[in-house]
Design a protein around this ligand. Sequence first.
Ligand code: HEC
Length: 120
Amino acid sequence: MHAKGIVGMLAVSALLLVPIGAQALAADMGAVKGDYMNFCARCHGATGQGDGPAAASLSPRPRNFSDCATMKKISDDTLFKAIKNGGASVGLSPSMPGWGTAFDDGEMKDLVTFIRGFCH
Ligand code: HEC
């Protein structure tokens, strides 16, 4: 086969891979929403405002993820670390549990992306 033919084939397979990747991402985002609703919403609230049913008794209150001015100042690394190792690991409230044994790193990165979505 000519080199040109191989390049052409590679280009076609690259095009085919794009929609598959997008679908996988959408599926992951469905799973992460379920994770958030099951494990996080009771404190952080279904719409991320820090007003879940378990939030009232907490001091300080869980972070309001829709407070864009505040969220802009916090890096993805810090959010990830807070989720993985708990609030105390980033100087926040120990009422924020660590989830490192419940989720793998990929799932926790998806949670960071999901939380960012509360700020439009
Ligand atoms: C028991 C209540 C509770 C649950 C459940 C909970 N959180 Fe939290 N979360 C908190 C509190 C309290 C804080 C700390 C707020 C503070 O100190 O300002 C916090 C902080 C955070 C932060 C750090 C925000 C920042 O300012 O850096 C992230 C990220 C976070 N939570 C994500 C999650 C995710 C994702 C889940 C679910 C897997 C979850 N939380 C479950 C109570 C909770």
